[in-house]
Design a protein around this ligand. Structure first.
Ligand SMILES: [Zn+2]
Length: 136
């Protein structure tokens, strides 16, 4: 990936200026920024499964996160992220929600759509994904 590559999260910014900073270790300032960077990690997981699985794991609240091994499974291609709404989740909040639709397809070209309202929590100046409620 070059510096000019557009970020997979669809922000319109380059990867380096967008989610790449958070994948490199910078703290995401808002719940939405963390959500985008986690989506981008999934979208990029085929390029470096270990690195991006680790990122998803590290940004998942300890009490709800799956085993790291379970996050290494590839197989889905992520096509588009649409953020529908957010509540709180700002630099001075302790909690926040992000409602989004993620579109993806499998190896056979079958398309899927995931609509979720995710809960996030901020601790030690870092946002964590806690859990989510899937809707239609
Ligand atoms: Zn991004």
């Amino acid at each position: 990936m070059t510096d000019e590559t557009r970020c997979p999260c669809g922000s319109g910014d380059t990867y380096q200026a967008c989610c790449g900073r958070f994948h490199a270790g910078e703290a995401a300032p808002t719940a939405e920024a963390l959500m985008r960077s986690r989506y981008s990690a999934y979208a990029l997981s085929s390029t470096d499964p270990d690195q991006f699985a680790q990122y998803v794991y590290d940004t998942w609240a300890p009490e709800t996160r799956p085993d790291l091994e379970d996050l290494r499974t590839p197989g889905l291609d992520w096509d588009r992220l649409t953020i529908l709404s957010t509540t709180a989740g700002g630099p001075f909040d302790g909690e926040g929600t992000v409602e989004f639709v993620a579109q993806y397809h499998n190896d056979h070209g079958k398309r899927f759509r995931m609509h979720e309202v995710s809960d996030f929590r901020r601790e030690n100046k870092r946002w964590f994904y806690v859990d989510g409620e899937v809707s239609d």
